[in-house]
Design a protein around this ligand. Structure first.
Ligand code: ADP
Ligand code: MG
Length: 337
């Protein structure tokens, strides 16, 4: 099988471009780039030369705690043993995630992990499971089956969980304390597709963020001017493979079928001030598909939405329509919802 993955260094750098850094603060920023959570992260901080290093330490420690593929992590131990006593932090993130699984009606489901593994998305050793196997996997996926009693978690036989769809959003949320303790004035933290914008630019202008074009992820279909907050993008182009029969399979799975999503959505970007919510939402709205995603936004206008479908339609929530600029020459048709 041919691996078409753009995930990794190139993808993480280019998913979203922040290009307002020079005006962020008068002094030079401290910048650190490193790989964690299977992606390249680039952290840029103004006004505190130590904050980027503190953030990097925190990210790496959290990765060790949460990584489903690191046998020593809390999540891997839970998956291997079926039960584990977790740290307060991991238990709290699982608890929050379970609430979001419920609120998003199972389109986001942290127990999708056995299917993620079966398709080979954890190793790059891709396979198309048989229909029988997919039916078994779909039966295993059910966030209601996770038991969390204080810090003790338990899973039924065969079930496994992972927090990959929200971990980067969680990093965005815990960054506030790390940045404020050293008095940082402004930060752009690219956690590999989930971007945290912190503080304010001295000139008072908004941040400007480019959103990757799935047709060519090294370029941008447009730019969003926005206040501080978190921008999370889920795109099929981030990690996918093409099977021998020419079918392309993406890394975002429909929990009800255990199969990669194939519903005409190409990318979903969510902007809000809550990173875990933004990250879970971008994944869930991708799974829901265009119509359900638009309905969800209508019922929950507490976030901004940019959704691109394979017919070239670009849906923008009404709150940001005036703040979004389509790239010159980009042929997408903007529709305000
Ligand atoms: P990325 O991690 O590439 O930024 P997402 O935030 O959309 O993208 O998360 C996708 C990851 O989450 C997948 O790689 C997979 O591990 C896991 N995942 C896939 N589908 C789902 C789903 N429906 N609910 C929860 N997690 C999912
Ligand atoms: Mg996500």
């Amino acid at each position: 099988m041919r691996n078409l993955s753009l995930h990794g260094v190139l993808c993480a750098v280019l998913i979203i471009l922040i290009f307002t850094l020079p005006s962020c603060a008068a002094s030079e920023p401290s910048v650190t780039s490193f790989t964690a959570m299977d992606t390249l992260m680039t952290l840029t901080v103004y006004g505190d030369s130590k904050a980027a290093d503190r953030l990097e330490d925190r990210v790496k420690a959290l990765d060790e705690r949460l990584s489903a593929t690191d046998a020593k992590s809390e999540i891997a131990r839970l998956n291997a043993d079926g039960t584990a006593v977790l740290s307060d932090e991991t238990a709290a993130l699982i608890s929050r995630s379970l609430s979001l699984c419920e609120a998003l009606d199972g389109a986001f489901d942290i127990t999708v992990y056995p299917a993620v593994r079966a398709w080979g998305f954890t190793t790059g050793d891709y396979t198309v499971p048989s229909d029988e196997r997919l039916a078994e996997l779909a039966d295993l996926i059910d966030f209601h089956s996770v038991s969390l009693d204080g810090n003790t978690a338990a899973l039924p036989e065969g079930a496994m969980l992972e927090l990959g769809a929200v971990a980067k959003g969680y990093l965005a949320d815990i960054s506030d304390d790390i940045l404020s303790e050293g008095g940082a004035s402004c930060a752009i933290l690219n956690f590999g597709g989930t971007i945290k914008l912190y503080g304010s630019k001295p000139d008072g202008t908004p941040f400007r963020v480019g959103v990757a074009d799935p047709a060519s992820p090294s370029s941008y279909f447009g730019y969003l001017s926005c206040p501080p907050g978190v921008i999370a993008t889920s795109g099929g182009y981030e990690r996918c493979f093409t099977a021998d029969d020419g079918t392309t399979y993406i890394h975002i799975l429909d929990p009800s079928t255990a199969r990669p999503v194939d519903n005409g959505v190409l990318s979903v970007t969510v902007f809000t001030d809550d990173g875990v919510y933004a990250d879970a939402l971008s994944t869930a709205l991708f799974v829901m598909g265009r119509d359900a995603a638009i309905s969800y936004r209508a019922a929950h206008p507490d976030f901004s939405l940019i959704l691109l479908t394979d017919d070239g339609a670009l849906y923008l929530s009404d709150d940001i329509a005036a703040d979004f600029t389509l790239s010159p020459g980009c042929g997408y048709t903007v529709r305000t919802i």
